[in-house]
Design a protein around this ligand. Structure first.
Ligand SMILES: Nc1ncnc2c1ncn2[C@@H]1O[C@H](COP(=O)(O)OP(=O)(O)O)[C@@H](O)[C@H]1O
Ligand SMILES: [Mg+2]
Length: 257
């Protein structure tokens, strides 16, 4: 049965999509079967994973059909590479929040859809949108864990505090939801980013990722950094993050038994 993990921060540009993409590839290398779920109307994870042929197939049904038209995940999932599938999103997802607002059990659409495919994967990673919208709430309601994606910059704390409030609210309807930890992104080894990093000691850091333009170039090339430039320092950092994440999941499950 898959462990479901949301990657969340209600701010664009924090590194959520890049982290999901790179973590999927690292987990796949460890022989884990992974499903990535794109619930951002920007479709960045989808674009960062698929070629034109796969995308044209994706256009026939996507995540918005899960929320709006009763589609099943098996109708929309596309295989990307060995051990990696994705549930794609396109701009059509932009209408979902408004439509969901008036639905009964509006927080539970994604959780219900996931039951169909949970046995097919080891990990399901959800790439959240840059808002605390009903889509993010659906992701958290469907998840066992949330990882906070924290860009090392001045406003990091404010984002974290708001997100924690939302997580606490969702824990009211999903008592299984636990905070796995944070991933610190865009570290540039200046005093500024190390000061911010030092101030996050109350959070369980699962990894720190350097800022490097190769990382952006890799995803534009539809690759993880470890595929684009094997041995790159950020590739090693994402590998370590994936391992720490697995260890944290195992620890949390042991504690629960
Ligand atoms: N480690 C990194 N170094 C340099 N650029 C990065 C890094 N991680 C992400 N980026 C770039 O920063 C931008 C925002 O990242 P993204 O993962 O899309 O954030 P989010 O999904 O939170 O909006 C993208 O252009 C991405 O390519
Ligand atoms: Mg994104």
């Amino acid at each position: 049965m898959a462990t479901v993990i949301s990657f969340a921060m209600q701010k664009g540009g924090a590194g959520k999509t890049t982290t999901v993409k790179n973590t999927m590839v690292e987990l796949a290398k460890l022989n884990k079967k992974v499903l990535g779920i794109d619930i951002d109307a920007q479709g960045s994870l989808t674009i960062g994973c698929t070629n034109a042929i796969a995308l044209s197939k994706a256009k026939s049904a996507t995540m918005s059909d899960i929320f709006l038209n009763g589609a099943k995940l098996s109708d929309i999932i596309i295989p990307i590479e060995e051990n990696i599938d994705i549930a794609p999103a396109l701009i059509s997802l932009a209408n979902v929040d408004l439509s969901l607002a008036s639905q009964i059990a509006r927080e539970h659409f994604l959780r219900r859809a996931l039951t169909e495919v949970k046995d097919d994967y080891d990990f399901i990673l959800i790439d959240c949108p840059p808002s605390l919208s009903l889509l993010t709430v659906n992701a958290l309601t469907a998840s066992d864990f949330v990882v906070y994606v924290v860009q090392l910059e001045y406003f990091a704390f404010e984002g974290l505090i708001q997100l924690e409030k939302t997580v606490a609210q969702v824990q009211g309807i999903n008592e299984n939801l636990k905070v796995l930890g944070i991933i610190e992104t865009m570290s540039d080894r200046t005093n500024h980013t190390s000061d911010i990093s030092d101030s996050l000691t109350n959070y369980n850091s699962l990894g720190k990722i350097d800022r490097a333009t190769d990382v952006r170039d890799a995803i534009m090339n539809k690759q993880a950094i470890s595929q684009y430039i094997p041995g790159h320092k950020v590739a090693n950092q994402y590998e370590q993050f994936a391992k720490n994440m697995i260890a944290a999941v195992e620890l949390a499950k042991e504690v629960n038994i």
